[in-house]
Ligand binder design. Sequence first.
Ligand SMILES: [Zn+2]
Length: 73
Amino acid sequence: MMMCKEATRLMSRQLDTSLTFQEKLSLKLHLAMCHACSRCNQQFRLLHQTGRHFEILIERHAGTPPHREDDKT
Ligand SMILES: [Zn+2]
């Protein structure tokens, strides 16, 4: 049985790169049994999606450096 620590590591890794079949399977199994990690995984995905969306918005502002957006208050 996979530990929560390991599951969390896979969760964040799957956002950047694809996991092996074995890793996906163990993660899925863990998520099905561990409520805490299942919730954590949802947060991870949400954060990742928001990040993606933000990147697209930045790309549309061609010529505007991305860091500039942070200075806006
Ligand atoms: Zn867990």
